[in-house]
Design a protein around this ligand. Structure first.
Ligand SMILES: Cc1ncc(COP(=O)(O)O)c(C=O)c1O
Length: 471
């Protein structure tokens, strides 16, 4: 009798007992789906750009995992303990303690969100004409580096640019590329190494501890500082625990702290890992740099003990940091992303492999083999998904890559991806099933899709506000 059971639950299918999210839901936000003709109208009005849709016209919102997390009851309770003093708010000191305890840096500067921190760090550390090597660009990070007069150079391993390559640490830095840059421009012309864990634009891919140690050594030999984009570093720690020898018995919190200890500081969009709707921070170990940042933050963000945040926001981040490093939380967070990824993979749908920490990245080139990259296949896929089911995703291809500041030409990245980003603690497995079926329906219809042309292009970070029309 036992042998005839057809595996139905995920646990049964995997040959183990099922496990569930380490929380229960106590407040819900109703959502509903508008019909196809309304979606068509909304998409046209939005210029085929999912950033320009009204959220009430969206059914399942996978635009981003940024600021879209569900906060816990403890975080909401913390919001009520906001100390809204202009200076020296007790919530600032809670946040400082949490960053020191879990990330290990000495000095903290709060900012309104990640790009506020990127701005300060870029202005304080980059001299015009200097180079900033990094493990693949990120849109706002590179723009702030360029606005400070720097030039970003991609030194990620080649495997990261291949959506099908199964390298377990596709976020790793290629030491030969880094060495070649140092040889070519001289270490004095390198502002710092910009390391992201995980790498968003590569598909949420992690950096290994071994690679970090080697990168650190090389940087130290030449006196080059190493700053970390810690936005999704907790998810990176999960992959190290899962995949890297010697880390299976270490906690996420231990791995996070060990990783950060090999860096000189970090900037953070707290809207991701730290489980809040707004906030960011910058943390460093060098006292002189801290003094400079602490002075600069007053000009652009606010006093150094609030940096553009309300006291209650800082309290929510402090509590969010503690929740974010719990092993069961991270396992369920990455597990949900992987559940969706495994479904799509089993149906033969082309997505970036291995599935990363925060999102599924559909390989739009392989959806639309009949469309040239100049017709924005990843933008087309985001539009088609919305039309099919009201699911909102985001372009991560030629539109996001922008134009080369020197030549003014489109930058054509090898990765032409559409990102379906999973907010933390927000959607259920049933939502993931609905998403998977919609992606499949769009894939099945792919040969019929038409390309897009850009009819409006803003100067900076064009993917947020550009408009398109069908070719
Ligand atoms: C890897 C990475 N770095 C930096 C940022 C910028 O952070 P924010 O959106 O909070 O300004 C983001 C968010 O989009 C990100 O994903």
């Amino acid at each position: 009798m036992k042998d005839t059971i057809i595996p139905q639950t995920i646990g049964q299918q995997m040959g183990r007992r099922s496990w569930a999210e380490p929380w229960k839901i106590k407040m819900v936000e109703p959502i509903d789906m508008i019909d196809h003709s309304q979606r068509q109208k909304a998409l046209e009005e939005a210029g085929y750009n999912t950033f320009l849709l009204r959220s009430e016209d969206v059914y399942i919102d996978l635009l981003t995992d940024s600021g879209t997390s569900a906060m816990s009851d403890r975080q909401w309770a913390g919001m009520m303990l906001g100390d809204e003093a202009y200076a020296g708010s007790r919530n600032f000191y809670h946040l400082e303690e949490a960053v020191q305890k879990y990330y290990g840096y000495k000095y903290l500067v709060p900012t309104h969100q990640g790009r506020g921190a990127e701005h300060l760090l870029s202005q304080a550390t980059i001299k015009p004409g200097q180079y900033i090597p990094g493990n693949m660009y990120f849109t706002t990070t590179r723009l702030h580096q360029e606005l400070a007069g720097g030039k970003f150079v991609d030194v990620i391993i080649d495997e990261a640019h291949d959506p099908a390559d199964m390298h377990p640490f596709k976020g790793n830095v290629d030491l030969d590329k880094l060495q070649a840059l140092i040889d070519r421009v001289g270490s004095e012309n390198i502002a710092y190494l910009s390391l992201a864990g995980t790498v968003n634009m590569a598909g949420g891919q992690p950096v290994s501890m071994e690679n970090l140690r080697a990168v650190r050594q090389l940087c130290q030999r030449y006196g080059i500082r190493l700053f970390l984009d810690a936005t999704r570093m907790v998810e990176n720690a999960f992959f190290i625990q899962e995949r890297e020898e010697g880390y299976q018995n270490k906690s996420i919190a231990e791995i996070l702290k060990e990783f950060c200890a090999h860096t000189d500081g970090a900037w953070m969009s707290a809207k991701k890992d730290n489980l809040v709707n707004i906030g960011g921070w910058l943390a460093v170990n060098d006292e002189n740099l801290f003094e400079e940042l602490r002075n600069m933050v007053i000009i652009y963000e606010g006093l150094h003990t609030y940096g553009g945040l309300a006291g209650r926001d800082m309290e929510a981040i402090a509590i969010g940091i503690v929740e974010s490093v719990q092993d069961d939380h991270v396992r369920s967070r990455v597990g949900q992303v992987r559940y969706l990824g495994d479904l799509l993979t089993s149906w033969g749908i082309p997505i970036v492999q291995p599935v990363g920490g925060h999102a599924i990245f559909a390989d739009a080139r392989r959806f639309y083999t009949h469309l040239p990259q100049s017709q924005f296949p990843a933008q087309v896929l985001a539009a088609e998904l919305y039309l099919d089911s009201g699911i909102r995703s985001m372009e991560r291809g030629v539109v996001s890559a922008g134009r080369d500041p020197e030549t003014g030409d489109h930058r054509y990245p090898r990765l032409e991806l559409t990102r379906l980003t999973i907010p933390r603690r927000v959607y259920t497995q049933a939502h993931m099933d609905v998403v998977a079926e919609s992606v499949k329906a769009v894939y099945d219809q792919a040969p019929k899709a038409r390309g897009l042309k850009m009819v409006f292009e803003p100067k900076y970070l064009r993917f947020f506000q550009a408009k398109f029309e069908p070719v």
